[in-house]
Design a protein around this ligand. Sequence first.
Ligand SMILES: [Fe+2]
Length: 302
Amino acid sequence: MKRARGFKKITPTDSSKEKIKLDDEFAEVKTDKVFSNVVMPPLKTSHHPSVPCAPVRSDEMVDLNPFPYLYKSTYDFKFDNIKQKILNDINKTKSVVEQTGIITPEKEGGYTTVLLNNASVNGQMWSPPHTWPEFFNFTNIWLPQKIKQIWKFWNLSEFNVPFISGSWINEHSYGSYTEGHHHQNSQISLSCYLNVPKDSGRFMLKDPMEIYNYSRPMNHNHEQVGGSWRYIGVDTNDVIFFPGFIQHQTERSESNEKRYIMSINVDHIHAAAFEHFKDKTIFKPLWQPNYTSLGPSLVDEP
Ligand SMILES: [Fe+2]
């Protein structure tokens, strides 16, 4: 057959040789080349921290939870001694809301003194509650010990020194609640339950793995039973610790007596940066940085 002018003759290529070559190359690839970074498991005698686990019966099933987010402790806040001081701040924040119409996560008659942060009240800078003399022991003695424990549990660096970056008090009356929110950039957040009347609502926490549930065969009543929210019962003087990135809120109060909660955020600063601050009162670390672990250049400095 005559070919049209300008067309090149197409010769079918025999790729079988090339294919065999490729197959040979693939055959050459060994697992240790593909997974060269696979590390050996540690020896049994290594000193890795382990999850405490008591013996368990065969009819039991123990939740080991080696990656805990949530901790609870208790502290006697002696609410009656600080009630009037709290009410004074709540009144100030109410007038800010009335004058500005500012919207906060506190709904249906809830109020928060977070609005008073960095505000001047009667010519004086507002004092966040963790700085009150009434909370001196809590802030300076009790809290650093607890934060140190969590710092260890989560294996946070000793180069990073925690400090309290803010605190405020929320008031909830009948029907009030705090809507879902998180505490941006707070390594450890605390809810301190100063006064929790009966039926004034539980603490609610959202599963940080919520998106994973989209690929799980959840029960048909998943949303009806709270979806990704879990409810934590709380009492007066409870202190709940959680990472600030976790979404949380409070249940609507069904008590005629008001509920009061103090929130605290613990942020961190690198010890080397802190050391170079001229004014060290800007941040008050919860414990003194361990400069010896930062190297000789810092240790040698006066
Ligand atoms: Fe919060």
